[in-house]
Design a protein around this ligand. Structure first.
Ligand SMILES: Cc1cc2nc3c(=O)[nH]c(=O)nc-3n(C[C@H](O)[C@H](O)[C@H](O)COP(=O)(O)OP(=O)(O)OC[C@H]3O[C@@H](n4cnc5c(N)ncnc54)[C@H](O)[C@@H]3O)c2cc1C
Length: 375
């Protein structure tokens, strides 16, 4: 199915339903309608002409994983690099660091087009955008100077790393460890799973934003801190230098978005990856900072594209398999303990054991029956 970006509809919605005129009148931003239309027009062309044609081929080809190296589908790297060179990554990023400072609503409209053209393409940059916000609002000046310009230009991409085998929604159960080093940095050890674009060949460096726990941190979410962990540490001239102690162990095989590498990441084979604190240690600060990043990532994608993808995944799960103990998730609905990963499957291991999980599954089944096809 060919995607054609609905530029006129998006422009109309922004101008007449999203309060653009009121925001301009109130001095929130100063963006003329003709400039808004020109930006949307160009984004629409890129999404329609460059990204959309890659979607099906990318999904069929998927990402290849060999010896810790991820190779994206043919054409993916060229498309990403020309997308970044055109300035789309920094559309709403702060101007002092090389961004264009346009309203987030305009960026959201463009993200609608990237995601609708190819969700596998769109979800990588969206995480970089979230990482940029986390660093810009909470990072030290030194970290900002070293990393922000390249993240904003899209020369480097960012990741968001919360999830672990025993810690999904229950992020407070995470065990990745951060230990203070004498030079003020930290050594990170542990494992993360389901990491979108955790490893790839699109950029020369990948900047991971990782939640971890200090040894003296309290249990639960209170003890979580956020660290910036580059794939390559920076040489004195700011270019990627020595390889850091973090690697992709594998790429997930999933139901869809095959061109997006969803990776398992391993930290600390050689004693610990070097990480740099963002915000403050513990006191939930790391989690809040990461939530800003996650909310940015979730809030920005196209609602329509997102919902379709979510619906499709939900239907596929309901139609093809009963909820089962493929993987032990988080905590029991009835118990407070964090369940060890290696014990035998338990009746409460599937998502439907949680009241909200049961509600979601029932709702999806209801939808499945009442809406047999997409309108
Ligand atoms: C394609 C893909 C890409 C991803 N990319 C990233 C990424 O880049 N970085 C990252 O960190 N993670 C990533 N994730 C992981 C994602 O954030 C987790 O899947 C998510 O946090 C849910 O965790 P879980 O899978 O363990 O599900 P669970 O936490 O087990 O949840 C399953 C269901 O049970 C419900 N539930 C859970 N606990 C409760 C409770 N106490 N009460 C009521 N209901 C409950 C949930 O709402 C959900 O409906 C990705 C996942 C996928 C599928």
């Amino acid at each position: 199915m060919t995607y054609r970006a609905p530029v006129a509809d998006i422009a109309f919605t922004l101008k007449h339903a999203a309060g653009f005129a009121a925001a301009r009148r109130d001095g929130i931003f100063d963006l003329a309608d003709d400039l808004l239309e020109a930006v949307l027009e160009e984004a629409g062309k890129f999404a329609t002409d460059i990204i959309a044609p890659l979607n099906r081929a990318g999904d069929l080809h998927g990402t290849r994983f060999h010896d810790g190296v991820v190779t994206t589908p043919p054409g993916w790297k060229e498309a990403y690099r020309s997308w970044a060179a055109a300035g789309w990554n920094g559309l709403a990023s702060p101007e002092p660091w090389g961004g264009q400072g346009l309203p987030h609503a305009v960026n959201a409209a463009c993200i609608e087009m990237w995601n609708s053209a190819s969700m596998a393409f769109g979800i990588g940059p969206v995480l970089t955008m979230g990482a940029i916000d986390a660093l810009a609002f909470h990072g030290s000046d030194a970290l900002k100077q070293q990393y922000l310009p390249k993240l904003i230009s899209g020369e480097w991409m960012g990741t968001m790393q919360l999830t672990e085998p025993q810690a999904g929604s229950d992020v407070g159960a995470l065990r990745t460890k951060a230990v203070r080093a004498p030079d003020g940095s930290y050594r990170i050890t542990g494992q993360k799973i389901f990491i979108t674009y955790g490893e790839h060949d699109l950029t020369d460096n990948i900047i991971h934003f990782v939640l971890a726990r200090l040894p003296d941190a309290p249990p639960g979410t209170k003890g979580i801190s956020l660290f910036l962990v580059p794939k390559f540490l920076l040489a004195p001239d700011g270019a990627p230098g020595a390889r850091n102690d973090v690697r992709a162990h594998s790429v997930e095989h999933k139901l869809g978005i095959h061109a997006s590498p969803t990776c398992t990441m391993v930290y600390g084979d050689q004693g610990g990856a070097t990480g740099f604190l963002i915000g403050q240690e513990k006191s939930r600060h790391g989690l809040h900072v990461h939530h800003d990043e996650r909310d940015a990532a979730r809030g920005r994608p196209a609602r329509r594209g997102d919902r379709r993808d979510g619906d499709a995944a939900g239907r596929a799960v309901c139609a093809r398999a009963p909820p089962g103990p493929w993987r032990r998730h988080g905590r029991d609905a009835i118990g407070a303990d964090h369940r060890p990963c290696r014990r035998a499957p338990h009746a409460h291991d599937h998502a439907g054991a949680h009241p909200r999980g049961a509600r979601d599954l029932l709702r999806n089944r209801g939808r499945d029956r009442s809406q047999p096809s997409y309108g």
